[in-house]
Design a protein around this ligand. Structure first.
Ligand code: ARG
Length: 397
């Protein structure tokens, strides 16, 4: 019998999918569950076996996620609109693992749990095809036409145990938590309190906030308050610390690849804090021309990741620039975290371009008299241009 490799989370959609593929498509199912956050791999694996799959692969890829994906995003200050790409950045890793295991287990089809309205279908399918064009991809939710109530009753009649009948559609990993659907879809009412899990509401945050020192080495955060951690540990700790100070909530209207405007809620405390601190160190250690080029390439990088183009050929070149420029993004930053705010207290770097002797108003090395000559030349483009327009206006009148 032909085999389908299913990206399996253990939730309602993908559990129903196992039975649906077995019954409707008459194919064997091999599940693949990846830990990129806090998945309980053992429990999910047992559940998959209880659904009669022929194999249930589990793999812990949290370190790879941090070192190969999150790191690149920090390099590129990755944001799409106000969203730090927490779901988007994990999809190419999942797709790549799916292709590798499909090849190893002899599956000619990969199934994923995305809907036909969102971005994730695009990310999975473009990546899978970019890596192995001969693999078929199916997204049963696009085909089966069941709503949630029908899914629940299908699950019940097939003996599928659903532990948490979540109200929202949630996607969670080390880099953040995305929440969609249900009452979030009604933008004329405020969010309900049950949306939040990682970020403490501002009125409940500590009144004195918290001070924190973060150190960056070659673009990557390496220590908190002078204690070294790897990127997984730093991210986990900062999710907790920043989240408990009300940092990392994103609640915005987003433009999906599919042309839809959607209301999205994210909780990304560590991502928001790390990206902001990285940007602050950048402003100290890169010159303006470097930052201008970087901003442009960061924007392209983020759009490509959002749009599922991780393996587009241009990414090789953007990543080469980011690798090269991040060598100079070193330094320490002390911050105050206070009720959702991130406030810089002090900053320093061996690569600092901040030259006290030049900037200080007290006996500066900078010869202020040169300002006049500089402006005499610098003004020409604007002054001559502007006066030519005025002359023309006079002639026309
Ligand atoms: N809109 C976000 C993105 O495209 C999040 C999608 C999250 N999926 C979910 N089931 N909540 O990256």
């Amino acid at each position: 019998m032909e085999k389908v490799l299913l990206l399996y989370s253990g939730g309602l959609d993908t559990s129903v999918m196992v039975k649906w593929i077995q019954e409707k498509l008459k194919k064997d199912v091999v599940t693949l569950t990846l830990n990129i956050g806090n998945s309980n791999l053992k429990e999910i694996q047992e559940k998959a076996f209880s659904l009669g799959v022929s194999d249930a692969i589990v793999a812990d890829v949290k370190n790879e996620f941090a070192d190969e994906y999150i790191k690149k995003e920090i390099y590129a200050d990755g944001f799409y609109q106000d969203y730090p790409l927490s779901t988007a950045i994990a999809r190419p890793l999942m797709a790549e693992k799916a292709v590798n295991y499909a090849e190893e287990y002899g599956c000619n089809t990969i199934a994923h749990g995305s809907t036909g309205k969102g971005n994730d279908q695009v990310r999975f399918e473009v990546t899978i095809k970019a890596l192995n064009e001969s693999i078929n991809v199916i997204a049963p939710i696009r085909d089966w036409n069941m709503n949630r109530v029908e899914e629940l009753s299908y699950a019940k009649s097939n003996g599928i145990y659903i532990s948490k009948n979540g109200k929202y559609s949630v996607d969670e990993n080390l880099w953040g938590r995305s929440v969609e659907g249900s009452t979030i879809e009604n933008i004329s009412s405020p969010l309900e309190n049950d949306v939040y899990e990682w970020v403490t509401p501002l009125e409940k945050c500590d009144d004195s906030g918290m001070d924190l020192k973060l150190s960056f080495k070659e673009g990557v955060p390496v220590s908190i308050n002078n204690i070294n951690y790897d990127l997984v540990e730093i991210t986990e700790k900062l999710n907790q610390i920043a989240g408990s100070n009300g940092i990392g909530l994103i609640n915005h209207i987003e433009d999906r690849v599919t042309g839809i405007k959607s209301h999205e809620v994210y909780e990304c405390p560590a991502a928001v804090l790390i990206l902001k601190a990285h940007k602050m160190i950048e402003s100290l250690t890169l010159n303006k021309n470097e930052m201008d080029v970087k901003n442009y390439l960061d924007y392209q990088w983020s759009n490509n990741v959002y749009n599922g183009l991780w393996y587009d050929p241009v990414m090789e070149h953007i990543n080469a620039f980011e690798n090269s420029i991040n060598k100079y993004i070193n330094g320490d930053i002390s911050l105050k975290l206070y009720k959702g705010n991130i406030i810089m207290k002090s900053i320093g770097s061996d690569n600092s371009m901040y030259d006290y002797n030049t900037i200080t108003y007290d006996n500066s090395l900078f010869d202020q008299n040169s300002g006049k000559g500089f402006i005499d030349i610098f003004k020409n483009n604007t002054v001559i241009g502007n006066s030519s327009r005025k002359e023309k206006l006079k002639v026309i009148q």
